[in-house]
Design a protein around this ligand. Structure first.
Ligand code: FCB
Length: 458
């Protein structure tokens, strides 16, 4: 059966600055919390770091050529705040702006729509040291200033600016779980940081709209995961809903409704007045494009652990796992459909406009090897992409207006605390020579784009 996608469906690839650029201390760049964190022994598997990564900073032309050979229509990349404002605020480093200027022009020259994202976990270390990073409300204001500087430079050519990638991960994995930089572990600070990141979206949206030279859409990408109860028991159902509120609603609702589910939870509602100030939620509700990053579902059971959620993750058995997560393609449909039914349908009944919806990340790590025939036979990735795209197609058929899809990632890269072991790319990178080789999945994706769809083989 042939699955065809809507006309003008955006086929893209995504990456982020720290994961691909390297050149960590070149051309006036300041240090970010990831530059520091990754150099602390024990923080990253095998003590690897992004000092060189895949050297995209120097090889961007070759990389854009590769993208163009794969028919890619859009490249979602992130801008390193520390290249633009090395100490987070104050003096602007023109070399940094020049780099992204060249990257944007390079995309446009090849017919690739550039979508810059202002923040993908790499906070300037100076802001972390002086004031506590995202725990400090001032950081949100510095972020808005940074957004203004970038907008002034790029808004004559880019049509969309994303403020944040996965604010929940920035705050919760960085300040509550501590697996990511800056590696802190406090429930209170995690939630506070999460609010400040969300607030910074609102302030940046305002700055972008005020300083754009042409009309620019403001977007954001969220890590979202459909949550299921482990059993049909009332306790498990309640735990799953509490986890859904924390993982999904806590970022979706400030953006889409101007409210927060943190006020519903018996414990977090005591915290929020300390950091959610009057007018904040209204400011955050400013969005033209909602990006959904989907990798896996979450299954929850009741537990006395993880207060205040009383929910513990269960790993379903008899299901395939990748090196990182359970592989669950129907979760893509479930997630998109729930977002649509919970927010878009009610809004449309009230005649309210809603942001465009896109899948801004999806992909799978596979232990790919470059074979003797010079190819990377990553059939598992092809099947993963096909299965997930089929679920997007199913969502579109049932009325969910999904405008585009971005594979994570265009090439293998630095996977945060897991280092270089998980390979997510459509393009293989030899980490010794930095040689790029298009994988079979890359060729497959190129063809999907050409045909605006694919044959399911059924
Ligand atoms: C997402 C991140 C991205 C990458 C993928 C695998 O959560 O946005 O940087 O790590 O996961």
């Amino acid at each position: 059966m042939k699955f065809t996608f809507p006309e003008n469906f955006v086929w893209g690839v995504a990456a982020s600055a720290y994961q691909v650029e390297g050149a960590w201390n070149e051309d006036g760049k300041g240090l970010s919390i990831w530059d520091i964190f990754s150099h602390i022994p024990g923080k990253v598997v095998n003590n690897q770091n992004g000092d060189v990564a895949i050297d995209h900073y120097h090889r961007w032309k070759e990389d854009l050529d590769l993208m163009s050979s794969l028919n890619i229509k859009s490249y979602r990349f992130s801008i390193a705040w520390t290249r633009i404002l090395p100490t987070g605020r104050g003096a602007v480093n023109s070399h940094g702006l020049d780099f992204y200027d060249r990257l944007v022009d390079g995309c446009l020259k090849r017919g690739i729509e550039p979508i810059p994202c202002l923040f993908h976990y790499d906070l300037p270390q100076v802001l972390q040291d002086n004031g506590g990073g995202w725990k400090n409300r001032d950081t949100a204001y510095h972020f808005a200033e940074y957004a203004r500087v970038v907008t002034e430079r790029l808004s004559d050519r880019v049509k969309i600016i994303l403020t944040h990638n996965e604010p929940w991960v920035t705050a919760i994995v960085g300040y509550l779980i501590g697996l990511h930089a800056p590696g802190e572990k406090s429930i209170y600070n995690g939630l506070k940081a999460a609010h400040h990141v969300m607030l910074s979206h609102g302030l940046a949206a305002e700055a972008i709209r005020a300083s754009a030279r042409k009309l620019v859409k403001v977007g954001i990408t969220l890590n979202l995961s459909p949550v299921f109860p482990a059993t049909a028991s009332q306790r498990d159902i309640k735990s799953a809903e509490a986890a859904h509120a924390m993982i999904n609603r806590s970022t979706l609702e400030p953006l889409l409704l101007g409210t927060t589910p943190l006020d519903e939870n018996w414990m977090t509602k005591w915290f929020t007045p300390n950091f959610i100030k009057s007018g904040d939620l209204v400011k955050i509700k400013s969005l033209d494009l909602l990006g959904v990053n989907y990798y896996s579902r979450s299954m929850m059971k009741f537990s006395w652990k993880n207060i205040p959620l009383f929910a513990e993750e269960v790993k379903p058995i008899g299901i395939e796992y990748s090196e990182m997560w359970e592989i669950y393609p129907p979760g893509m449909y479930d997630l998109l459909k729930r977002i649509w039914d919970d927010y878009y349908v009610p809004a449309s009944k009230q005649g309210k406009a809603m942001p465009e919806l896109m899948v801004t990340e999806n992909g799978v790590p596979v232990s790919d090897v470059l074979e003797a025939d010079g190819r990377v036979h990553d059939e598992r990735r092809i099947r993963y992409l096909k299965d997930h795209l089929s679920q997007i197609h199913r969502a579109i058929q049932s009325g969910v207006d999904v405008k585009g899809y971005y594979v994570w990632s265009f090439a293998d890269n630095f996977e945060w605390n897991l280092g270089y072991a998980p390979r997510f790319g459509l393009i293989h990178v030899d980490y010794d020579s930095l040689k790029r080789t298009i994988k079979e999945s890359g060729k497959w994706y190129a063809n999907v784009i050409l045909e605006n769809g694919f044959d399911t083989g059924e």
